[in-house]
Design a protein around this ligand. Structure first.
Ligand code: SAM
Length: 222
């Protein structure tokens, strides 16, 4: 999908970030175009805006972070999106990855457990002119059944195991990418549903905030 013309003064920084992602091995042109066309500076607090286009995670309040762009690009690339998908995102955070997804799929539902973050993300998405997305508040470890099934699911927080409701909400042929935290060591997994079969592939290492919820960690322990 085409990048939006942004008309701001951050274009050079975005181009440099895209080049860095390319050098790190991101090959999916649609993902690179999405990063080049999404104003990350609108999704971070003013105090860290000068770092918006560095390839680093940044604090967004409520003890949470906007993830590193290269990690997000790798996740999105692993979903092999074609533009026709209905996507579910767990962990809206700042809304930046929601905005990236909106350029790569037909429709996005994003679930965030912290109401203030969800409200700020909705505001940032509106300011950035992002459409075909809805941000809802809830426990994303349960998925979001009213809009299921989904062709693609991306989880931006690490739970102890693959949440069974998310597998159940994957359409036939659907792909899910998620980090898992097993005894403090994190791994990224891709889960693909093919008919009755569910294929799990380990993709690499990860470093994410905890997924808190019924199929995640207990908030008391984190
Ligand atoms: N992708 C986001 C972005 O671009 O800013 C960053 C997400 S941040 C690393 C992880 C988010 O997951 C946090 O905002 C956290 O509140 C949220 N989270 C944790 N457990 C959750 C759950 N069970 N349901 C929904 N959101 C959850």
């Amino acid at each position: 999908m085409a990048a939006r013309p942004l008309g701001d003064s951050y274009g050079g920084y975005r181009s440099r970030l895209v080049e860095q992602l390319r050098l790190q091995g991101i090959r999916d042109l649609a993902v690179l175009r999405a990063v080049g066309g999404t104003p990350r500076h609108l999704f971070v607090p003013a105090a860290v805006r000068h770092q918006a286009y560095e390839d680093i995670a940044l604090p967004i309040g409520s003890g949470q972070t906007i993830s590193q762009p290269s990690t997000q690009a790798r996740f999105l690339e692993a979903l092999a999106l074609t533009g026709t998908e209905r996507a579910l995102e767990i962990g809206t955070g700042s809304g930046y990855q929601t905005a990236l997804l909106s350029m790569l799929v037909r429709e996005v539902v994003s679930v965030e457990r912290v109401p203030t973050l969800a409200a700020a993300a909705r505001q940032a998405l509106e300011t950035a002119g992002v459409t075909r997305t809805s941000v809802v508040v809830g426990d994303g470890s349960l998925g979001w059944s009213p809009s299921a099934p989904y062709d693609a699911i991306v989880v931006a927080a690490a739970g102890p195991d693959i949440p069974s409701p998310l597998v159940a909400q994957l359409a036939d042929g659907g792909r899910m990418i998620l980090p898992l935290d097993r005894d403090g060591s994190q791994e990224v997994w891709r889960v693909t549903r093919r008919g009755g079969e569910v294929v799990r592939q380990r993709m690499g290492d990860a470093r994410f905030v905890p997924l808190i919820g019924k199929y995640g960690f207990d908030p008391g322990n984190r």
